[in-house]
Design a protein around this ligand. Structure first.
Ligand SMILES: [Zn+2]
Length: 321
């Protein structure tokens, strides 16, 4: 089961999503060797990335990056509009130094340095045009009191509130085999619900949220999205109607390639590559996302500097602004 469904409520200005990921999540984990507490947080962000990607009207790649001076120095989850995704984590401490019960707040130093950067990189972005970035601090300062963000769900809800101005609730759960998530979003009052007066709209949003709050981690991890939808909103669908759209599938896919590694070598420059060759006899690079190894011996490296990058050759010349 690697599925995401979108649903709309007729009796409330609410759009929702339910996601369930199993083999695509296992494909991420089998390439990695992260401590249990880190796996849980990575799983939550994988769920969050698919939910966010499906909720933004946007064609391109959504990148969630968490950075901190805590045990997790960097966490990256990428999800494209077609719901292919990949994920990686970098730790600043030894694996066995991480408490199995460590929280997001502990691992991403939410008391001090932790922050989340969410990047939307459009598929048709022109050279030189920067992608859109939103930053969420993982701590809220209220006077002298610092309130750390406790979960991935809370961090993403903060982002949606700040950048999209949309009331959003998210529930996430992850295990070593499954990731599950539920997203509820209050649509702007004019969003196709002109038949609802403001009071009915507010009541509808509160009613759907209250139903959402009854979701359990077990349900999110074990039930297919359609079953969760029917169970959670049974009464709502009998009285008002809840419509779901065809399920979309989620897949693990890495975008690394030998051509991209060759591009990196060109960026390093011939001199730098020659010095690596002199020291190590070859240039070896391993993809952080999928673990694939790329080996360039002296002959390969010489070839790299003899040929133009395929990507460069097909890209229109940069206008320099
Ligand atoms: Zn890769």
């Amino acid at each position: 089961m690697n599925e995401l469904i979108v649903f709309m409520c007729d009796g409330a200005p609410v759009r929702g999503e339910i996601v369930s990921i199993s083999s695509a999540w296992q494909a991420v984990l089998e390439r990695r060797n992260d401590p249990p507490a880190v796996r849980r947080i990575l799983g939550d962000f994988v769920g969050a990335a698919t939910l966010l990607s499906a909720s933004l009207k946007f064609d391109g790649t959504l990148i969630i990056q968490a950075q901190s001076q805590g045990p997790i120095s960097l966490l990256v989850v990428e999800c494209k509009s077609d719901l292919t995704m990949r994920a990686t984590v970098k730790l600043s401490v030894e694996h066995n130094a991480i408490d199995p019960d460590a929280s997001l707040s502990d691992l991403l130093d939410a008391q001090n340095s932790g922050r989340l950067v969410i990047t939307l990189d459009p598929a048709d972005r022109q050279p030189g045009q920067p992608p859109y970035q939103g930053i969420v601090a993982l701590q809220e300062h209220r006077g002298t009191v610092i309130k750390p963000v406790r979960s991935a769900a809370e961090a993403i809800a903060l982002y949606m509130q700040n950048s999209e101005q949309l009331d959003t609730r998210i529930w996430l759960a992850s295990s070593d085999t499954h990731v599950g998530g539920l997203l509820l979003q209050k649509l702007p009052d004019s969003g196709g619900h002109t038949q609802l007066d403001p009071q009915a709209a507010t009541e509808g949003w509160n009613r759907i949220q209250a139903l959402g709050e009854t979701i359990t981690n077990e349900e999110l991890l074990n039930l297919p999205p359609e079953t969760i939808l029917r169970r959670l909103f049974l009464e709502e669908s009998q009285e008002n109607g809840v419509r779901s759209f065809p399920a979309r599938s989620i897949q693990f896919a890495c975008r690394c390639s030998r051509t991209k590694v060759a591009d990196v070598l060109r960026m390093l420059g011939e001199q730098e590559v020659e010095s690596i060759l002199a020291e190590q006899g070859a240039v070896d690079s391993t993809c952080d996302f999928c673990g694939k190894a790329y080996h360039f011996d002296a002959v390969d490296c010489r070839q790299v500097f003899k040929t133009e990058s395929l990507a460069d050759a097909t890209r229109p010349p940069s206008k320099g602004h």
